[in-house]
Design a protein around this ligand. Structure first.
Ligand code: ADP
Ligand code: ADP
Length: 224
């Protein structure tokens, strides 16, 4: 079973070809960096994998099942707005549990002891256990992204996608956040796809590299 399989994926928005006949397969536990400049199709690719966008042609499979609608078992960290600023880091992390439950169940979930423990463990994984009670809005950009990662970890998906998670951060914070992402994926045995536009960061943290240019797959390989 492959974790993610993309077959001849083409995505068009009107005249724009966002993805052009892209194919690859990712095994469970791989840490993949999707590298490309702005507009190369990175975001569209990740959105097709979690079902937020639908292929125009081709198909995407997650754990051998075709992706036909939004999948809760694929968690995603975005470039920005991963936290609710008025809530503590801990409460933000805990909201990850809600995506695993339906609406009624979610009310109970919020008080589920196991979920509370998961939220604290996730904060520990991203180095924010001591900041658990801090309001997310008062935290730095890098810390907020780490809270967003903790939230994604609490979802307990096998697959973690991150769409330019460090694009809005200064270089130092970007490194720190990438380090936590890599460690979290390793510790939990996740399959991860992280999109980046910075080659140096990709080199430093990637295991496998998928390169996109104008929607085409131009590179797929492993680092040394
Ligand atoms: P990246 O994430 O690498 O910046 P995107 O996947 O966001 O690239 O975009 C790829 C191309 O598709 C761009 O030309 C972009 O403008 C276009 N595009 C992406 N999403 C949409 C959309 N929802 N509607 C129209 N065009 C889009
Ligand atoms: P779908 O998932 O059905 O492909 P999206 O959710 O990607 O559609 O996009 C919804 C709408 O948001 C698009 O029709 C477009 O008008 C707008 N949009 C989002 N991102 C972009 C972009 N990068 N460039 C242009 N329009 C965009």
């Amino acid at each position: 079973m492959s974790a993610i399989r993309v077959e001849n994926l083409t995505k068009r928005y009107g005249e724009t070809v966002a993805l052009d006949d892209v194919s690859f397969e990712i095994e469970e536990g791989e840490f993949v960096v999707v590298l490309g400049i702005s507009g190369s199709g990175k975001s569209t690719l990740l959105r097709c994998i979690n079902g937020l966008a639908a292929p125009t042609e081709g198909a995407v499979y997650v754990q051998d099942e075709p992706v036909t609608s939004h999948r809760n078992d694929v968690s995603m960290v975005f470039q920005q707005h991963n936290v609710i600023e008025g809530m503590s880091a801990y409460s933000n992390a805990l909201t990850g549990a809600l995506s695993r439950a339906d609406y009624l169940e979610s009310v109970l979930r919020f008080n589920d002891r196991e979920d509370k423990i998961r939220a604290l463990e996730a904060l520990e994984t991203v180095g924010l256990l001591d900041e658990a009670e801090q309001r997310a809005g008062r935290m730095s950009g890098g810390q907020q992204q780490r809270v967003g990662i903790a939230r994604a970890l609490v979802q307990e998906s096998d697959i973690l996608l991150a769409d330019e998670p460090v694009a809005s951060l200064d270089p130092g914070s970007a490194q720190t956040v990438m380090g936590y992402l890599r460690t979290a994926a390793e510790q939990r045995g996740l399959t991860a796809m992280i999109s980046l536009h910075q080659v140096n960061l990709a080199r430093q943290f990637g295991q496998r590299f998928i390169g996109l240019a104008d929607g085409k797959l131009v590179f797929d390989g492993y680092g040394d």
